[in-house]
Design a protein around this ligand. Structure first.
Ligand code: ADP
Ligand code: MG
Length: 137
């Protein structure tokens, strides 16, 4: 079974829609294999988003990701990486298809409710960044 990393970002945690977002995954055959609520440090956020370090929005992205707790999950299922990306919708909620998580819960391109791994290779790296093997069950 394929695995992917999902993060419910600080905006969605503040809105108390953790349960509604998890329901989208469970209702679409993505099983929660690991889950924790974490306050990321600046160093955590910089390391996690290192691929974006040269992008103009990097500073804002890091500030946003440490602005409150996040919920980090490993999701497992057939085609988990692509399925999660479909359920999330486009990065900019204004462009996200109706019924997607970002269309329904995101406010802006930075406060966009969820993160999801964009490839099988990155999913493995991101899962290893946050979880020990014994936490994935
Ligand atoms: P995604 O989260 O859809 O995979 P990216 O990997 O391209 O999108 O970007 C990572 C995160 O950086 C986005 O989810 C968003 O929070 C933020 N971001 C991306 N592009 C912009 C932008 N132009 N302005 C502000 N924040 C952005
Ligand atoms: Mg991305």
């Amino acid at each position: 079974m394929e695995k992917t990393l999902s993060i419910i970002k600080p905006d969605a945690v503040k809105k108390s829609v953790i349960g509604k977002i998890v329901d989208r995954f469970e209702s679409n055959d993505l099983r929660v294999a690991a889950m924790k609520k974490v306050q990321l440090s600046e160093a955590d956020a910089k390391a996690f988003y290192a691929v974006h370090s040269e992008r103009p929005f990097f500073g804002e992205l890091v500030e946003f990701m440490i602005s409150g707790p996040v919920v980090i999950m490993v999701l497992e299922g057939d085609n988990a990486v692509a399925k999660n990306r479909d359920l999330m919708g486009a990065t900019n909620p204004k462009e996200a298809a109706a019924g997607t998580i970002r269309a329904d819960f995101a406010d802006s391109i930075d406060a966009n409710a969820v993160h999801g791994s964009d490839s099988h290779e990155n999913a493995k790296i991101e899962i290893d960044f946050f979880f020990a093997q014994r936490e994935i069950v």
